[in-house]
Write a protein that binds this ligand. Sequence first.
Ligand code: SF4
Length: 387
Amino acid sequence: MSKSTNVKQKQAVTPKRGSRADVKEVAEAATPGVGGFGEQGLGFSALTFRRRLGAWYRENARTLPWREVGDPYATWLSEIMLQQTRVATVIDRYTEFLSRFPTIHELAVAGEEDVLALWSGLGYYRRARMLHRGAQFVDREFGGKLPRTAAKLRTLPGVGEYTAAAIASIAFGESVAVLDGNVERVLLRVLGQAEQKGAKARAQLVDAAQALMPAASRRSSGENAPRAPLCLQCPVVELCRTRGEHATGVRAKMQSRTVAHLLAVRKRGVATEVLLERRAADASLMAGMLELPALPMGSTQGREPVLRLRHAITTTNYYVQVFSEGAASSQTEGDGVSALMEKVLAEKGDLRWVTTTKLAQQPLTGLARKTLQRLNLMALPQVTITF
Ligand code: SF4
């Protein structure tokens, strides 16, 4: 188990066989779990596992702004933000989002553009839209208060099985197992089971996770367990059947794509403006968000980009080149600037000039935000992490 696991207070393994303490603990923990898995199915004491994991957590848990907050809305927000996103990235956005929308009602009545602007940099913008709709739903249907059970939380837009269980257990102490890819991986290692696909295999793991749960649970985290387990630091290493030697499925291979964008900047009095393009409302990714206008790769031949960067989205590494209208190479000087602008103006419909001082309030894509920050057209966020 590593410092960054999110499987904290829910699992346990068999103590060394034959010790008196183990016999006592196994006897103490003879309560069967939901779904019939119970102690027999686990082959070890759930109580022992919970105690060891709990002790490890109390000693190693990081201080994070969404822990022990006592506000179910904040728990909901953190769980949504932490999906597919690193803790360090979430910390800054979480605090800013909560100070702008401190209650579900205030989020519900906000404009979508404002919500997306606060989400900028976190990616997966569908989450922000669903959270916004969820807040409107809770405001309307539940009087602005989140329902207290995983079953009811599942009725919210954008809240799946995992998130519902996480909110219910953290915010309301419901004894419901949280099973995501990280928990699944650890359970398979501890139980010494091979990875299997399918509803039946998953149902068995849900049973196992539930069998490890106490009568009422408290959970707080949002970190991801690493793919390589740190067994030497693990509080249940003596009880684990695999100790890291566990075959896992093949991860999706990262794809590579090269893309180009135009950086067009102009002066209007004392203001500096940058040209941005709004993505189509029906785009499958980041619909309606603002980005630097895309350029066909063929139009950049013989030119030097003012910036190169790499940006990963799901399983694709984008190698991004940004071309400034003032950066044509010697071969193309004279027609470079206008040629690029003409390409963009001819092919793009929804373009707008935005003052650089107002960029932070715009619903920028993560890549646009990163690019504008690297080019010093936009301030970098201040991030404070407490350990
Ligand atoms: S011993 Fe290693 S594989 Fe087993 S639970 Fe601990 S960290 Fe995971």
